[in-house]
Design a binder for this molecule. Sequence first.
Ligand code: EAX
Length: 325
Amino acid sequence: MSLFRRSALMAGLAALVGGAPAIAQTQITIQHALPPNSHTGAGPIAFKETFERLTNNRYRIVVQRNDNEREMIESVQIGTIDCTFTSTGPVGNFVPEVRIFDVPFLFRDTAHARGVLDSEIGQQVLARFNARGLQGVIWTENGFRHLTNSRRDVNTPADMRGLKVRTMENQVHMRAFSVLGALPTPMAFSELVPALQQGTVDGQENPISVIVANNLNQVQRYMTLTNHVYSPAVMICNPSVVRRLPAADQAHFMAAARDAQTANRARVSADDASGVAELRRRGMTVITEVNTAAFQDALAPAFAEWERTLDAATLRRIRDWRPAQ
Ligand code: EAX
């Protein structure tokens, strides 16, 4: 609140000195990973634009970058920052129910993933955040993830044997990579580029938008469009942030969150459409024809485990989901 007091004080001084109106602005700080000009930056930037406009600048949204998503969630929980837009990478360690959306090959395509997240199924999982001292505001996305590495073309699961692959700090993903025969090495995104440069890991997996925005082509030569898992993202706030807003501003808050979702998804779609050509232009070898069934078959033991350890009924509801006619 010291920042709040300072801006109110400065506005007061400005009023005394220059006659400007003393507007007491409340500051809301939002952190996200990746550069501002990325699908991840697009969400908070759209949120700021809409919320400040709808509230006539009674609030000031401060957007900051932090490539350690676990740290951002912890900061939101403690209240040292107000909100974060994060991939679900580390979120399951805080809200275990979220892990269900991290299962490989669960979503057929983007429309399926967005549809489920916007449905009652997605709302029910957002409602679980509160028990963990967090507020799940809205689902955004990171996109379908693909494998890159510095060693060889990966055409089949057998080609992954022994590859050291950085994963997010995500139990479901780590299990998938070890069942596929790779050596999963979890770490924060902020550690990824040095780990690739130093050869601590051979490969990593991320959506096209992340690979393009972070120039991972500079440290990775080979890419395979594995589409092995959809990577959701989510806007999370400290519960007090929304609770202390007057009802009208809460409605503006949600309208801004929906604009953030729209901006983020539009950017992912655009990056997916242009990204392969761009990464080839930057010198990557990109394998686009992938025998998806071979990867799914290789994951059979992990699928059997998740049927037991995750909520099997919800997994079935997700798989059975169809768009409304
Ligand atoms: O949220 O950690 C990751 O690989 C994430 O996909 C990335 O930071 C974007």
